[in-house]
Design a protein around this ligand. Structure first.
Ligand SMILES: Nc1ncnc2c1ncn2[C@@H]1O[C@H](COP(=O)(O)OP(=O)(O)OP(=O)(O)O)[C@@H](O)[C@H]1O
Ligand SMILES: [Mg+2]
Length: 236
């Protein structure tokens, strides 16, 4: 971990009401790269991204974003440092239209990403800009959640299972979309259970088990080691 990492987490402990979920997480994302965070259900992946985002206060440990210590900072402070989350389950505002959801996302901030640019990237959202959040398909809701995060002009994107509950063809479309962002220089943590998606997008792979990172390698190395993938994830 160096000062140039987009994210550098050390010995992070966190949980709920005194219970330990994250039990000493060390995790780094080099600037501009995508690191997949894999792991079985309930190992603490969402707890991790929520803690990085400032939605959950850690018990102890360090969370550096572009070298700034942010452990324990509020979510709006973390957001100001260029971190945005695409939450598990998407969490679009059901009664609000696509346009209104995106307006909330942008909060009048200035940067490379505008609503028009989001609509260009995701034409289905442009077609449905007057539709309510709950009138969208799962894939469209995922696009909306991604668009909302992009409007924060993030340097670090926390994607929590973007494939969750989506049909394979829709996952493929979301993957293509995220691939198209590679040139933007946005670093990302990609939490995934869908290994194909993780392998397609990530430069490196980390595996979490019982609130710790138990494996880290390049995606290419991990792909070739089916036995290891099987023992760590129960797949392959
Ligand atoms: N708000 C909460 N209050 C109490 N316990 C929680 C809360 N959220 C999660 N947990 C517990 O923390 C542990 C880790 O949950 P977490 O959601 O971080 O796992 P995950 O790896 O994201 O799982 P999944 O793959 O199912 O999304 C689980 O035992 C879960 O029951
Ligand atoms: Mg989760």
């Amino acid at each position: 971990m160096t000062g140039t990492d987009a994210l550098a987490v050390r010995d992070l402990h966190a949980g709920y009401a005194g219970t330990t979920v994250l039990d000493g997480v060390d995790f780094a994302v080099p600037a501009g790269t995508v690191v997949a965070l894999l792991g079985r259900n309930g190992v603490g992946k969402t707890t991790f991204v929520h803690t990085v985002m400032g939605l959950l206060k850690p018990y102890s440990g360090s969370i550096r974003v572009d070298g700034h210590e942010l452990a324990g900072a509020a979510a709006h402070t973390v957001a100001r440092h260029g971190v945005a989350i695409v939450p598990q389950g998407r969490r679009v505002f059901a009664p609000l239209t696509v346009e209104e959801n995106l307006r909330i996302g942008s909060r009048g901030e200035h940067g490379a990403w505008t609503r028009e640019r989001v609509y260009e990237l995701m034409p289905p959202l442009a077609e449905r800009r007057a539709h309510r959040g709950d009138q969208l398909s799962g894939g469209e809701q995922q696009m909306l959640a991604i668009g909302r995060a992009l409007l924060r002009n993030p340097r670090l994107l926390l994607l929590d299972e973007p494939s969750d509950g989506l049909a394979p063809a829709v996952v493929d479309r979301i993957a293509g979309l995220l691939e198209g962002l590679r040139g933007e220089g946005i670093a990302a943590v990609l939490v995934e259970q869908d290994l194909h998606l993780a392998f397609r997008l990530a430069d490196e792979v980390a595996v979490m088990r019982k609130g710790r990172i138990v494996h880290r390698s390049s995606t290419a190395d991990f792909r070739q080691d089916r036995e290891r993938a099987h023992s760590l994830l129960g797949v392959g």
